[in-house]
Design a protein around this ligand. Structure first.
Ligand code: NAD
Length: 262
């Protein structure tokens, strides 16, 4: 494979599974050193082993909850000390979180989803930006979703959809703020992708009481028979992380096989 990331270091959050995992494998094959940020140790250790088979010493698994400020600050510090710098941040960790009718969601349900998906994204930028500024260059990619931006028919997903819309606004603000430092910020919105994300869904008991007002062909994609693959998103994210996209910032790119056009 081409070596677009030779000598570069990337932080990937949610690297233990799905889209983050596929992106870590792709970028390692193309020469990157990668800090794998995730909560789930065993899965992340597997990815670390796989990457070290691709190139010895290129991976560092870091056990961190992206929504925890102290842990995130320490994890970024550890990464930069270990690899000697930072060039790419993929703020990708996310959960479906609690789903249910709005009046049945507890404040804890609501805040947990916001903490992981929104605050986790904020912290992923907050602690990494100084390191890219000192290099005079950087690329940040954020994983949003079509859910909350292009389609609104996942009933019960109001906290999730809110965070996914918020990430797009945050990415655009960050792109403007960081342009003069040559740090690019882009946001990708996948449609349905085959990953473990459903394990992060916490339905409330009252879910059955949601009245679904219209029939919606959830997860259908005109371009494919089923959902997309994590590798599809990894290809896009790698392009945005690389110098091939050097004039692209503040862009919101949908990758959904036309699902959101249905
Ligand atoms: P996944 O569950 O397979 O992987 C997500 C990873 O993030 C997991 O390994 C999980 O342990 C980790 N994670 C969750 N909370 C964390 C936290 N607080 N701190 C650190 N790590 C944490 O799911 P995925 O589909 O690969 O999800 C990646 C991103 O893609 C998410 O932001 C999700 O919202 C987004 N997305 C997914 C789909 C889809 O259909 N799979 C569609 C659109 C957007």
């Amino acid at each position: 494979p081409k070596q677009r990331f030779a000598g570069k270091t990337a932080i990937i959050t949610g690297a233990g599974s799905g889209i983050g995992r596929a992106t870590a494998i792709k970028m390692a094959r193309e020469g990157a050193n990668i800090a794998l940020f995730d909560l789930v140790n065993e899965r992340t250790a597997d990815v670390e082993r796989k990457l070290n088979q691709i190139r010895k010493g290129c991976a560092l698994a870091v056990d961190v909850d992206t929504s925890n400020p102290e842990r995130m600050e320490a994890a970024v510090k550890k990464t930069v000390e270990h690899f000697g710098g930072l060039d790419i941040v993929f703020a990708n960790a996310g959960i479906n979180g609690s789903i249910g009718p709005i009046e049945e969601l507890s404040i804890e349900d609501w805040q947990r989803t916001l903490n992981v998906n929104l605050t986790g994204t904020f912290l992923s930028l907050k602690y990494t930006i100084p390191h890219m500024k000192s290099k005079g260059k950087g690329s940040i990619i954020i994983t949003s979703s079509i859910n909350g931006n292009r389609r609104f028919a996942s009933f019960g997903f109001s906290p999730y959809s809110t965070t996914k819309a918020g990430q797009v606004a945050f990415a655009k603000m960050a792109a403007l703020e960081l342009a003069k430092f040559k740090i690019r910020v882009n946001v990708v919105s996948p449609g349905a992708i085959s990953t473990n994300i459903d394990q992060s869904t916490e339905p409330t008991e009252e879910l059955e009481s949601i009245v679904i007002p219209i029939e919606f062909p959830e997860g259908q994609q005109p371009l494919a028979d089923g959902p997309g693959k994590p590798e599809d998103v990894a290809n896009l994210v790698s392009f945005l992380a690389s110098d091939e996209s050097s004039h692209i910032t503040g862009a919101h790119i949908v990758i959904d096989g036309a699902e959101s056009l249905l």
